[in-house]
Design a protein around this ligand. Structure first.
Ligand code: PGA
Length: 250
């Protein structure tokens, strides 16, 4: 079972091999007294060298996406089994950039989650509303659909295999962070939804906040009752900031 406190760095389509190695090395060097499981999610091409580099350290590796299919004629795709075979343990699925830029719908995401779970990857499942949806008062409706349609109905050991990241789309990469109270309100809603879906085990599923979370605001966000950690984009590309965030727990 992964620890409940988690900080995952989503590097997105940034770094080249040399940058990736040097960023990971700096994180490894600063990894003493981590208060959370740190996960680095570099571009898939760099997973294999970074798994080797981080071996024996406290740092785990994850991919940013995987295919909905098991294998075969899917030019350019990367299967969950391939990610697992290089020793990565996690995969981010349902990120809003995948949903909006690449047109992934809840059904596709559910197929990806199934592939990941079949291959023993732990899924970091993203959900979150757009500004338009928030202003229309549709936050709970949108999150409910994303979670109920995007996750398979039956999941073995959900608390061990699924991490949920709430990432309001309006906060991603914008420098506008949800206030701790705004984030906690949605996290509490998600917590109750997970309890409805999975029973009491829903209380043990780790809930991460993502969206302009940085070294300055992480502690206040992580102090909220239902926020167990963060999914970090921009700030994860600076090792010192990422390390500060990994230690921003009371
Ligand atoms: P951000 O990205 O921290 O740069 O807002 C978060 C994410 O997209 O996971």
């Amino acid at each position: 079972m992964p620890p409940k406190k988690i900080v995952a760095g989503n590097w997105k389509m940034n770094t080249d091999l040399q940058d990736a190695i040097s960023l990971a090395n700096t994180v490894i060097e600063g990894a003493e007294q981590m208060k959370a499981q740190a996960i680095l999610c570099p571009p898939s091409l760099f997973l294999d060298p970074l798994v080797k580099l981080t071996a024996g350290s406290a740092i785990a590796l994850g991919a940013q996406n995987c295919s909905f299919a098991e294998k075969g004629a899917f030019t350019g795709e990367i299967a969950a089994s391939m990610i697992a075979s290089v020793g990565a343990k996690y995969v981010i699925l349902g990120h809003s950039e995948r949903r909006t830029i690449f047109g992934e719908d809840n059904l596709t995401i559910q197929q990806k989650v199934s592939q990941a779970l079949k291959n023993n990857l732990i899924v970091i499942f993203c959900c979150g509303e757009t500004l338009e949806e928030r202003e229309a008062g549709r936050v709970e409706e949108v999150i409910t659909r994303q979670i109920t349609e995007g996750l398979p109905t039956v999941i073995e050991n959900p608390a061990s295999n699924i991490i949920i990241a709430y990432e309001p789309v309006w906060a991603i990469g914008t420098g506008i962070t949800a206030s701790p109270a705004q984030a906690e309100e949605v996290h509490r809603f998600i917590r109750n939804l997970l309890k409805q879906q999975f029973g009491q085990i829903g209380a043990d599923i780790s809930l991460l906040y993502g969206g302009s979370c940085n070294a300055a605001n992480a502690a206040e966000l992580f102090a909220q009752e239902n926020i167990d950690g963060g999914l970090i984009g921009g700030a994860s590309l600076k090792a010192a900031d990422f390390l500060t965030i990994c230690k921003a727990f009371a």
